[in-house]
Design a protein around this ligand. Structure first.
Ligand SMILES: NC(=O)c1ccc[n+]([C@@H]2O[C@H](COP(=O)([O-])OP(=O)(O)OC[C@H]3O[C@@H](n4cnc5c(N)ncnc54)[C@H](O)[C@@H]3O)[C@@H](O)[C@H]2O)c1
Length: 298
């Protein structure tokens, strides 16, 4: 049998907001393949994720079931990180003084990228980084109506953060025996015009894709591979903010070679493959997991 085995590997999975997130499914599939999972969540999502991980509600118990009857999802740790900030010095003073944010700081400590990497040091190495993060405060604005602030913020969170995280994680990811792998999540809106996809998000995805290729080149000598998955439309929390996600799904499904929407499990399985030693020769790639929609001309 061909081994798809991540035993002993440590996977840092960012971007779990709830049990619909692509990152949730990816983390579960990685654990099912044997990886040790560390989650990094936006500070304001920590309580929600913690509840899903611990509650006895039947829905949450079901959500924690791993695929392939591999048991229950149990990350080794969950750390808060807002990827807008390289260090806590970057957090605006008024935000640190805000009651809600100062409580978050008391609870979770340093929630910058540097703080996260410090907390990861006891692991001694990270084999896999999943970057499954995107945000635009102006997603509903057409490009023509997007403000400079909204545009730059979308790029900072959704694109630059991959570079910032990989730079900070380099010492933990470099020269692993099987190599290490990073994965970003992108969308067709980074290649073509998707009218709903405004607020700088289309630019952010285009930037993420070329950044991943640049980073693949920059980090290849350290045996770190960098790839992206371009997923078809899927009704996560973030996607519901875009507009009529059900309409987008139905439109794509009607026109795709496989005439149906994608599932989060399909994205997760592709992520496990791309981050496994089976994909050791693949880097700088964007793999579409979209039922073939991107191949269509009309
Ligand atoms: N859902 C889709 O249709 C679709 C399609 C293609 C690609 N994607 C991409 O997949 C990735 C995951 O999205 P999803 O659909 O699972 O939605 P999601 O809402 O579950 O995940 C987005 C995550 O980004 C996190 N985030 C936002 N700002 C952050 C910040 N400053 N610091 C740290 N974390 C932050 C959120 O907390 C959330 O967990 C995104 O990059 C998204 O663009 C989604």
């Amino acid at each position: 049998m061909i081994p798809l085995d991540l035993s002993g590997k440590v996977a840092l999975v960012t971007g779990v907001g709830n049990d619909l997130s692509f990152a949730w499914y990816i983390a579960k599939a990685m654990q099912a393949a044997g990886a040790r999972i560390v989650l990094s969540c936006h500070p304001r999502m920590m309580n929600m994720v913690d509840t899903i991980l611990k509650s006895d509600r039947p829905d949450d118990v079901t959500a924690r079931k791993l695929p392939f009857v591999a048991g229950d999802f149990k990350p080794e740790a969950e750390y808060a990180c807002d990827v807008s900030y390289d260090t806590m010095d970057d957090v605006p003073a008024e935000m640190r003084q805000d009651r809600r944010w100062s409580k978050i700081e008391q609870q979770h400590g340093d929630y910058s990228i540097a703080g996260l990497v410090k907390k990861l040091e006891p692991y001694q190495h990270i084999d896999i980084l999943i970057h499954s993060i995107a945000f635009s405060a102006e997603i509903k604005n057409k490009m023509i109506d997007t403000s400079r602030k909204g545009y730059l913020n979308a790029l900072s969170i959704s694109s630059y953060s991959l570079t910032a995280m990989l730079r900070a994680l380099q010492p933990l990811m470099a020269d692993r025996p099987d190599g290490a792998a990073a994965l970003g999540m992108t969308y067709l809106g980074g290649d073509r015009v998707v009218p709903h996809y405004g607020g700088g998000m289309s630019t952010a995805k285009a930037a993420l894709q070329i950044d991943a290729k640049q980073l693949a080149h920059n980090l290849g000598t350290k045996k770190i591979r960098v790839n992206c998955i371009s997923a078809g439309p899927y009704a996560s929390l973030a996607a519901k903010g875009i507009g009529d996600i059900e309409q987008m799904k139905a439109y794509a499904a009607e026109r795709s070679p496989l005439p149906r929407p994608i599932t989060a499990e399909e994205v997760a399985n592709a992520a496990v493959f791309l981050c496994s030693p089976l994909a050791s020769g693949i880097t700088g790639e964007v793999l579409f997991v979209d039922c073939g929609y991107n191949t269509m001309g009309v």
